[in-house]
Ligand binder design. Structure first.
Ligand SMILES: [Zn+2]
Length: 699
């Protein structure tokens, strides 16, 4: 079977594929239905004061817009819309299908989502019903059509926001209707039952199916389930939710043929959906990102979210659709942001290509489950630090409109594939410590530390624009992906794979002869045996002269994982000198005009820098505007104009608790100051500069 298609999200047939308007979008989810109408006028006046130009409206309004089946009430909605239009605030109008009304659950209990253990997911909270329920599909289509028809022709509806966070909570349903839909999906994928039995390896544990009716979703069972069934069910669920999105999108397009349609993804935080496929069906990519506030280096994970979202958008502009201006309410301990932190976070998203920054939500709820989630207007009102910072940020963003449409350019890419994510994290792997997310994060942190801006890329997508490609967590590699990587290296690319690499194909079948399967010739080795390292233990690696580090540089230590490698052309450049697999642990192989590095152990970010910087010949990354060294916690990302002018905008974010004196050249758009290298600029702790300058290169 063919693997997941991996087209970039740049289909020219899409109606606009751009962020609406000419300003950096600034605003929030607006939920006026939570408030007495007397508040609405104040809301709109405060929005103007804060510089808000766009709000997402109606996300949770289904029960108010359709109080009984087929009976619509738009009076309150029209009044709110009128107030927003009068104030010049654009509307990102939602389809309210993420929260069906209670009358729907009463009338259609069969539409409730069934969990793997057979329990029902009831109403009373939020989240999609069974994605295959005909009743839900009909009701969702009816309210979507009613809302779109009601506002048809309204030029202030500048964007459509379908549903909310598909996949959170997950959409994996095990009801009888979904079982039948899964069987149909499998028939389409495999054609016949013999082919399914082969692909799933059902001879194992005697799981052979003799009739399609025997095939089920991966329900709760005695012990580990068939992993290929689980992987296919993950693909099926992503496709099922995507079909719900496109159904609503297509209804909207009948009334709004030229208005961009989006839905808010959760790029790094939602394992439910294959967003490479989703992005192809979206006019504008948007994401929700909530800071890991207690993480000491939350700025790194924020950056990773932005880079993945920009990559999903095909390096076109994207929107931060939701974030928290201060604390959230659903983490175990919800730290409020420090003064200046929200500004720094918002501008960090802008740095990595966002053309809009919106929050959840405008006014902090007094009732309901999210009353302790921060908002632009907090419980304590406008005489607050939060609201003052909200207004100040709104003012600053108006000075950054010229950044819209500029692009971030990366020469290094990380392979990212939801299929590999799903497969690697299934049950019964050699170590529960070897998880996709942690592997990705270690590599991303190493590159963030050294100031290297990266793209994420599907393993079957064009790699031609990159100098270096890394595979931090490519446990699953299709034959097409392997051929793509091999061609990249053969043409002269520099490639590095991290452990547990290229183990299975897209049927979750171990490649013939074991890892790294179809990339054995590229890496010049075979993995003979995997030997996880017990928790709390370390393995010492010593460099050979070929490691490219001074021989007195000392050893690095590895954890979690080791592999016994049988070299066939590759050179061992770092050797394990103790632990369960003494011998070559990190290898280099020349293949065609390129180089392929294999790291068979788990290294922390600093050790990755020691080992991989010289082997991959990575340059020091420093923006052209900075004449001097870059402190580690000074994040600097450049957006380039695409009009051939050579104009560039470098956003510099000081994440340190100390000031930095920097030799900057250009014009700081936030302060309006001309900056000269001979008069060092002081960037205070937590402060940000957006420096406009001329450049001839990529940095
Ligand atoms: Zn179902």
């Amino acid at each position: 079977m063919t693997a997941t298609p991996a087209l970039p999200a740049s289909d020219p047939s899409r109606p606009t594929a751009t962020v609406p308007g000419s300003k950096v979008l600034y605003g929030a989810d607006y939920n006026p239905e939570q408030w007495d109408p007397s508040i609405w006028r104040e809301d709109v006046a405060l929005m103007r004061q804060a510089g808000v130009n766009t709000v997402s409206l109606g996300i949770w309004s289904w029960a108010l817009l359709e109080p009984a089946p087929g009976q619509f009430c738009f009076d309150w909605f029209d009044e709110v819309l009128g107030l927003l239009v009068e104030a010049g605030i654009d509307v990102d109008l939602a389809t309210p299908t993420a929260a069906p009304p209670s009358w729907f659950y009463r009338a259609h209990p069969e539409a409730r989502l069934v969990e793997a253990d057979g329990t029902y997911r009831n109403g009373g909270s939020r989240g999609i019903c069974c994605p295959h329920s005909p009743a839900y599909a009909a009701a969702a289509a009816r309210i979507t059509d009613a809302v779109a028809a009601h506002v048809a022709g309204n030029p202030h509806v500048t964007m459509w926001h379908v549903h909310n966070e598909y996949g959170a909570p997950g959409g994996d349903c095990h009801c009888e209707t979904s079982q039948a839909a899964f069987r149909d999906w499998l028939k389409h994928r495999y054609g016949c039952l013999d082919e399914l039995n082969r692909a799933w390896g059902t001879a194992f544990w005697g799981q052979l199916y003799g009739d399609w009716s025997e095939v089920t979703t991966p329900r709760h069972s005695g012990t580990a389930l068939n992993p290929t069934c689980e992987l296919d069910f993950a693909r099926f669920t992503s496709d099922s939710l995507l079909a719900r999105f496109t159904a609503e999108r297509d209804i909207i397009r009948k009334h709004f043929p030229r208005t961009p349609v989006t839905t808010n993804l959760m790029a790094t935080n939602c394992p439910a959906n294959d967003y490479w496929r989703w992005a192809q069906d979206m006019d504008v990519v948007s994401t929700d990102y909530y800071l890991e506030a207690d993480s000491p280096e939350s700025q790194i994970w924020l950056a990773m979210e932005s880079d993945l979202t920009r990559s999903l958008a095909g390096n076109r502009p994207w929107i931060l659709m939701e974030h928290a201006v201060s604390a959230v309410s659903w983490q175990p301990h919800n730290r409020a942001k420090m003064p200046g932190e929200e500004r720094r976070n918002a501008l960090a998203h802008i740095a990595r290509g966002a053309d809009g920054v919106l929050a959840f939500q405008w006014r902090q709820s007094r009732r309901g489950a999210e009353k302790f989630h921060s908002a632009m207007v907090p419980h304590a009102g406008t005489d607050t630090r939060v609201f003052r910072e909200v207004c100040a940020l709104g003012g600053e963003l108006t000075g950054l409109d010229e950044l819209r449409g500029t692009e971030v350019r990366a020469r290094v890419a990380l392979l990212w594939d939801w299929n590999s994510f799903w497969a690697q994290d299934l049950a019964w792997r050699p170590s529960v410590l070897m998880r996709h997310r942690e592997q990705m994060r270690r590599v991303y942190e190493w590159l963030w530390d050294r100031g290297t801006t990266v793209d994420f890329v599907h393993p079957e997508a064009d790699l031609g624009r990159y100098d270096v490609v890394l595979a931090p967590a490519s446990y699953l590699i299709s034959d097409a992906a392997a051929a793509n990587v091999a061609a990249f290296v053969h043409r002269g690319g520099r490639f590095a794979a991290l452990p547990f690499f290229a183990v299975v194909d897209d049927e979750e079948c171990v490649h013939e002869g074991g890892a790294p399967g179809p990339l054995r010739d590229v890496l010049g080795l075979t993995v003979e045996e995997v030997r996880p390292i017990p928790e709390g233990c370390e393995v010492t690696l010593a460099p050979t002269p070929a490691a490219g580090v001074p021989q007195d540089a000392g050893a690095v230590t590895a954890t979690v994982w080791s592999e016994h490698l049988r070299l066939a052309g590759a050179r061992g450049v770092w050797n394990a000198v103790d632990g369960p697999t003494p011998g070559p642990a990190i290898t280099v192989h020349d293949y065609g005009r390129g180089t392929a590095v294999y790291v068979s152990v788990v290294l922390q970010p600093r050790a990755l820098a020691t080992v991989l910087d010289p082997l991959l010949d990575l340059p020091i990354d420093k923006p052209a505007t900075l004449d001097g060294g870059r402190p580690r916690n000074l994040e600097a990302v450049t957006r380039h104009a695409t009009d051939g002018s050579g104009r560039a905008y470098t956003v510099l974010l000081n994440h340190d608790a100390v000031a930095h004196r920097l030799a900057l050249v250009g014009n700081d758009l936030l302060t309006g100051r001309e900056l000269h290298a001979t008069e060092p600029t002081t960037l205070a702790p937590g402060d940000v500069a957006v420096v406009c300058h001329e450049t001839t290169g990529d940095h």
